[in-house]
Unconditional design. Structure first.
Length: 122
């Protein structure tokens, strides 16, 4: 999957309606994001080559694991990403949380904080 395809996929998952909205969330300019999605530098016509720092900024803004992004786009092996990935249940909770609006997130966090937490020694 290309970086642009991955960004578009994340925009759908997080219900981000526009590149400008993604710009506000990540702090990466909408022009640069648009070029990444298109996959080409408009000045040179060459493929875009984002830096790891730029990809990290996008992933941090979305609270998406950089390792998973890099694996999905072919920058690193999926084995490396899997070693650093969240357990499936935690990833599912995080995905659901990210789809919520701010009010829903606050309510969910308040609910979780009321749950009794018991520590088990292994």
């Amino acid at each position: 999957m290309t970086v642009g395809n991955m960004i578009e996929k994340l925009m759908q998952v997080y219900n981000i309606k526009s590149i400008r909205e993604l710009d506000r969330i990540t702090g990466v300019s909408n022009t640069y994001l648009g070029n990444l999605i298109k996959g080409k530098d408009p000045r040179s016509g060459k493929p875009m080559s984002p830096t790891i720092d730029m990809l990290k900024q996008i992933c941090d803004g979305l609270n998406y694991p950089l390792e998973v992004f890099l694996a999905e786009t072919g920058y690193i092996s999926s084995t490396v990403a899997a070693a650093n990935a969240l357990p499936e249940d935690e990833a599912e909770l995080l995905a659901i949380y990210r789809k919520m609006d701010t009010y829903q997130q606050r309510v969910a966090l308040d609910l979780f904080r009321t749950l009794p937490i018991t520590l088990k020694v292994r």
